[in-house]
Design a protein around this ligand. Structure first.
Ligand SMILES: [Zn+2]
Ligand SMILES: [Zn+2]
Length: 429
């Protein structure tokens, strides 16, 4: 009695879905992994899934013709901070931010998430937030309370006392409560294991560690290493034991090298990586997330007269002088480059500027497109579900005007965004 009923229900659902076929047509298509575009482009969607790529649209499908455009898998960003905003990194901005409530930051983060989605990014990693805003935002988006990308949350970046991920760095002792592993600050291998466990307990999908100094913290050298080899080994081992990837913020070479030897999954920034370290990354398959957008945004802001703390300016110039050359060498050597921007340092919703910076620094446009689609999907551990336009995958599809291989800046003019079959943007209606 039971099984025929189930069968009938399934058949009815399948029939209803077939009736709701949507065929997206455009002049060209990039599937996320091929070495060229195909023309013309066609993707057929049923519900939240892709059911056909290429060929003729089924007679029953509703056809949306996007014209002289290119269909692509939606973009991903391996490095964002949806709850941070660029203006908070100036001395004036820091003091204004101290008066804001968590609710206000959360509402701002929701707006940042919406901008990110409409710019064509439907999956991002949030590599460090405060007050669990990233976890709350991720869950609210999943529940449909607000529109935004899928978020893989880190909860907090982990680091050592006085390091880049110690939120009290730069303030006089006693001014703020001294943080411990639950707040992301650890000082031994065992404490790093405890910190990873706390982050996972709090909802972390990915673990982030600050392996070296950073640009926007107040009192450490940008390239100093901040964890011992034993601490990094413990952190990566515990992350992997919990089924989480681990990402290391690392500008300096020594800190990055230790993280790579520990088995870290990605190096974020990598401004001062030496030849041997890039070779080690290639050998080990460690992903490089260069976040060119972040330093470019800081330098652009300085040109426009943004007043930053002189300590931050000096560190930004030092890293900025080095990162493009390091990135170029990484591309030449064939290190796998994943796409990430550090959005929050630059403006949210401008994530696609990273493409033009990558191409300016010598990366072939097709490789830049792969980095934000299939390469990121693999790094995030979600390649079975999304990251390419293939039958059976989630219907995560964007369209950009013209041919992005001829003009990579067309990625900054996304005009159509579909996430899991739902159209969030279509400017060519
Ligand atoms: Zn960082
Ligand atoms: Zn960051």
């Amino acid at each position: 009695m039971k099984w025929p009923g189930v069968f009938l229900l399934c058949s009815a659902a399948a029939f209803a879905q077939q009736e709701n076929l949507v065929a997206l047509k455009a002049a060209r298509l990039f599937d996320g992994k091929a070495s060229s575009l195909t023309a013309p482009g066609l993707v057929v969607v049923s519900g939240s899934r892709i059911v056909q790529v290429g060929g003729m649209p089924p007679a029953s499908a509703k056809v949306i013709d996007l014209g002289d455009a290119t269909l692509l898998p939606v973009f991903m960003d391996a490095h964002t901070h949806l709850s941070f905003n660029a203006q908070e990194f100036t001395p004036a901005g820091r003091s204004i931010a101290q008066g804001r409530t968590t609710a206000e930051f959360t509402l701002q983060a929701a707006e940042n998430a919406r901008k990110t989605l409409l710019a064509g990014f439907t999956t991002v990693r949030d590599l460090g937030a405060s007050d669990y805003i990233d976890v709350g935002l991720r869950n609210a988006i999943q529940r449909g309370l607000t529109a935004g990308p899928r978020i893989l949350s880190a909860v907090r970046g982990l680091g050592t006392a006085g390091g880049h991920c110690d939120p009290t760095t730069g303030y006089r002792p006693g001014f703020l409560p001294e943080p411990g592993p639950q707040q992301g600050v650890a000082n031994s291998p065992d404490e790093f294991r405890a910190a990873v466990r706390y982050m996972v307990k709090a909802g972390a999908d990915v673990i982030k560690v600050c392996a070296t100094g950073g640009v926007l913290s107040l009192n450490n050298d940008v390239d100093s290493s901040q964890l011992t080899q034993a601490e990094l080994n413990a952190l990566v081992d515990e992350s992997h034991a919990k089924g989480r990837k681990a990402a290391a913020h690392a500008h300096g070479d020594e800190g990055a090298r230790r993280a790579i030897l520990a088995g870290i999954d990605s190096i974020e920034h990598g401004s001062f990586l030496k030849e041997e370290t890039l070779d080690l990354m290639k050998q080990r398959g460690t992903r490089f997330v260069p976040t060119l957008h972040a330093l470019d945004s800081i330098m652009e802001g300085l040109k426009q007269g943004v007043q930053m703390d002189p300590r931050n300016v000096a560190k930004a110039r030092k890293a900025g002088d080095s990162v493009m050359a390091t990135f170029r060498r990484a591309v030449e050597k064939g290190v796998v480059i994943a796409f990430g921007t550090d959005a929050g340092v630059g403006a949210h919703g401008t994530n696609a500027r990273e493409f033009r910076l990558m191409v300016q620094a010598g990366m072939p446009p097709i490789q830049a497109l792969k980095s934000a689609t299939s390469v990121d999907a693999e790094l995030f551990g979600i390649a079975a579900e999304t990251g390419t336009l293939e039958s059976g995958k989630l219907a995560d599809i964007v369209a950009v005007p013209g041919d992005p291989l001829a003009d990579i800046t067309s990625t900054e003019r996304v005009f159509f965004v579909m996430k899991e079959g739902v159209i969030h943007r279509n400017d060519r209606k």
